[in-house]
Every structure is written in structure tokens, then in C-alpha cells.
Design a binder for this molecule. Structure first.
Ligand code: SAJ
Length: 415
């Protein structure tokens, strides 16, 4: 038994998921060390200041840091449990780039003593937890997966399921799936998570838990693809897709999601590829990915047709983030659309309205034909309004829109 450490849980990776998870463990009374390679994140957390905007989170973070329950560092220390919440990017061949997981495991190997629990939270292909365990044991052959010994190490997979923008609501209340590499691992992970989870904890094996996470996001991707495909069919047939979906959803067993400019974010646009790359059977899941990935091109073509037919000189673009009411631009279809339009149409002036950013991101900022403006600035002087994100700020039409072409890809003003 360790006598020296007071750390109950160490959370490796203090991103959108890791940091709130660390704060929830701390708020439940655990002594938590958060690890990140980015010194700005470490400093910000130690100052009790959240490095990103998430409604309601700032106060929780401040509280647990002030109470001395959570601190951050670049260097891992011994702990009873390690929770890995690092990025799991997809490579060009759609397989997992596991470099961050391996690096987390290497640091764990340097401090682990036997008796600890290691939990992977990051979205990963089936088999990753088992591979991770093998990798740790290759670095530390003195440890064993056999439970009940002094040198036992316990592994589990516990996917995060919170929705960005609603993390404070969902972190404790969502049901959690936990898959153990063996039953002792499952029990240890269950005991750890039940310190703050109010929802049910559903136990299974690690591979099923990995598949469960991928299945949830693929389910949503396939259903959004259905809506996006409908929007293409409706455009060709002169039918209002929003009205169509509303009517069809009156059927008691139909619940179609919303079409949009494409699917973004770092989850739904990415995770289904982990299923596709692990099997030849995932035809529908792959097709859904392709349908959703193709939607931004359709939007660009629609805007370009409109610019050509109206000879527009000024176009307003409403929204750049990957979805409504967040500041996150990762994999954002709206951002990709805005970047293509501004670079392909240097003679058109683009007025970009994005209340959640302070400067134009990426290459947009370097285009002299793109300006970040307030919503009120588009009332006069633009011929086309392209609505890409249904932020609350856009829900009311801004002015008399009669003289403008409205291309509303979120159905905010058209329905
Ligand atoms: N979208 C549509 N139409 C819809 C719903 C969403 O086009 O009807 C678009 C959004 O605009 C966005 C993308 O899909 O571009 C994804 O947004 P989202 O709100 O569906 O999901 P995320 O990526 O914010 O979070 C998802 C959630 N998964 C599910 O709902 C099954 C969340 O619970 C997960 O924790 C998260 O992925 C994750 O980290 O895996």
C-alpha cells in the first residue's frame, strides 16, 4: 500500500471532457491531479480559471481549485486511479492515431506501483483498452492483469457521453457504460464513478463498452445523414424540407433529426470511422459519413449559384462554429464553407457574424474580403444572407429581409 500519495484520481488530458471530469471527481471529495502538456492550461486551471467556455463550469472549477481538491501539473504522480481523456484523432486511413494514449500510458508506467485502476475515457476503436493494457505491461512486466495480487493493475473503459454546451447538466446525470477487462476492474471503476454519477452505471466488458460509444455517435450520424439526404432531395423537388420533416415527425414512430450545413465537432464527424475501419460490414455507417461530409459542398454550390444569379457584391454569413451556442470551431462545416467562399470569390465582400469568436479564425482572418461584424451591420448593404448556425442570437430575423436572398441552411427563418 502507498503511504505517501494523497492523490485519489489523476486525470490525464484537461480538454473539454477531461477537465470537467476532473472537477466533478474533485467536487465529490476526491483529491484530484489533472495533467496536461499545455502549460497555459495547467496555469489556467491552477488559477481556477477555465480555459474554455462551457455554461456553468467556471464556478465549479473555481470552487474545487479554491478548496484544494483539484490542481494541475505537467508531471504525473502516483495515484489510486488514472483516467485517460486524451485526444484520439483519426488518421487519413480512418484508423486510430494512438500516440496520445501511448504517451499517457508511458507516463503511467513511470509512476504505477501495483493495485491501481486505469480507465480510458477517450473514444476509441474496439480493442483499444486491451491494447493499452498490453502496452503498459510491456513497459512494466513486473505488473499483472490477474486480479487480487499486490502487483495487479486494473483496466476499464468508460466513455464520456456529455454534450458540449450541456456538460454541467449531463456529467452527473447521464447513465454511464463501463467495460472492465475483468470483473475486478469493472467493480473498481464502478466504485470510482459512482462518487459523482447519479445516473445508472451499466457494467459490461471493455470491447462492448468501446462499441457502445461508437454506436451512439454513429446512430446520430446516420440519422443526421438521412435528414441531410432529404434536404438534397427536397431542393431538387422544390419542397421545403423543414415543413416536410415537421409533417413526417407527427407520425408516432418517426423522429427525423435536422438537416444542416454538414456535421462537425470532434465526435460525430470522426467516431463512425473507427467502426468503418474495423470491419467490411459497415456500409450504411460509411455512406452516412460520406453523405454528411458532402453537405458543405452542396451549400457552397447553392451560395455560388445565388451570387452568380444576383451578381451580389456583399454576402453575409451567419455562424462559423460547429453547432449552435458553442465557441468550438473544430471540424466546423460552417467554417469550411466560409473559407471556401471567401477564397474562391475575392471580388465579393463577406460580412461574417459569429457572436462566439472575437477574431476571424484560420485563413478567414487573412482574407481582405472577409470582415467579422455585428449582426446589426448586415441590415443594410448585403444582397444575400447565408445562415449556417442556429445560434440563439439569430433566431429572430434582424430586419426587413424582403430585398435580400435568404439561404437558411438551419431552417431558422424559413419554417
Ligand atoms: N447536427 C445536425 N442535425 C441534428 C443534430 C446535430 O446537423 O439534428 C450537427 C450539429 O450541428 C453538429 C454535429 O451534428 O455539427 C454534431 O452535433 P451534436 O449536437 O449532435 O453532437 P456533439 O458532437 O456535440 O456531441 C455528441 C453527442 N453524442 C450523441 O448525442 C450520441 C454527445 O453526447 C457525445 O458525448 C459527444 O458527441 C462525444 O464527445 O462523443
Amino acid at each position: 500500500m502507498r503511504a505517501t500519495t494523497a492523490i485519489n484520481v489523476s486525470v490525464i488530458g484537461l480538454g473539454y471532457i477531461g477537465l470537467p471530469t476532473a472537477a466533478f471527481f474533485a467536487n465529490a471529495g476526491q483529491q484530484v491531479l489533472g495533467i496536461d502538456t499545455d502549460p497555459r492550461i495547467v496555469d489556467s486551471v491552477n488559477d481556477g480559471v477555465t480555459p474554455f467556455d462551457e455554461p456553468g463550469f467556471a464556478a465549479l472549477l473555481q470552487h474545487v481549485v479554491d478548496e484544494g481538491l483539484l490542481r494541475a501539473s505537467a508531471t504525473l504522480e502516483a495515484a489510486d486511479a488514472f483516467v485517460i481523456a486524451v485526444p484520439t484523432p483519426v488518421r487519413k486511413d480512418h484508423r486510430l492515431d494512438d500516440r496520445y494514449i501511448r504517451s499517457a500510458v508511458s507516463s503511467i508506467a513511470r509512476v504505477i506501483q501495483g493495485g491501481e485502476l486505469v480507465v480510458l475515457e477517450s473514444t476509441s476503436p474496439p480493442g483499444t483498452t486491451s491494447e493499452m493494457a498490453k502496452y503498459l505491461l510491456s513497459l512494466r512486466p513486473d505488473l499483472t492483469l490477474e486480479s487480487g495480487k499486490e502487483n495487479s493493475v486494473y483496466f476499464a473503459y468508460c466513455p464520456e457521453r456529455v454534450i458540449p454546451g450541456g456538460i454541467m447538466r449531463e456529467m452527473a446525470s447521464n447513465d454511464r457504460v463501463i467495460g472492465g477487462l475483468n470483473s475486478a476492474s469493472l467493480e473498481r471503476a464502478r466504485n470510482l464513478y459512482k462518487t459523482f454519477v447519479n445516473g445508472s452505471i451499466l457494467g459490461t466488458d471493455a470491447k462492448t463498452a468501446e462499441m457502445a460509444k461508437l454506436t451512439e455517435n454513429s446512430y446520430r450520424d446516420v440519422n443526421i445523414a438521412f435528414a441531410n439526404e432529404l434536404s438534397l432531395i427536397c431542393a431538387e423537388n422544390g419542397v421545403d424540407v423543414w415543413e416536410l420533416i415537421e409533417l413526417a415527425n407527427h407520425h408516432p414512430r418517426v423522429n427525423i433529426l435536422e438537416p444542416g450545413p454538414g456535421v462537425g465537432g470532434h465526435c460525430i464527424a470522426v467516431d463512425p470511422w473507427f467502426i468503418v475501419s474495423s470491419t467490411k460490414q459497415a456500409r450504411l455507417i460509411e455512406m452516412a459519413r460520406r453523405v454528411n461530409d458532402a453537405k458543405p459542398d452542396f451549400v457552397v454550390r447553392r451560395v455560388e449559384d445565388s451570387i452568380a444569379s444576383t451578381s451580389a457584391k456583399t454576402v453575409a454569413i451567419l455562424g462559423l462554429t460547429f453547432k449552435a451556442n458553442v465557441e468550438d470551431l473544430r471540424e466546423s462545416p460552417a467554417l469550411a464553407i466560409a473559407e471556401t467562399l471567401t477564397s474562391d470569390h475575392p471580388d465579393v465582400h463577406f460580412l461574417i457574424v459569429e457572436p462566439h469568436v472575437e477574431v476571424l479564425p484560420g485563413t478567414l482572418g487573412s482574407h481582405s474580403n472577409a470582415d467579422l461584424v455585428d449582426l446589426s451591420a448586415i441590415e443594410e448593404g448585403c444582397e444575400i444572407i447565408v445562415l449556417l448556425v442556429d445560434h440563439d442570437e439569430f433566431l429572430e430575423p434582424v430586419s426587413d429581409l424582403n430585398d435580400k436572398v435568404i439561404l437558411d441552411f438551419k431552417g431558422v427563418w424559413s419554417s
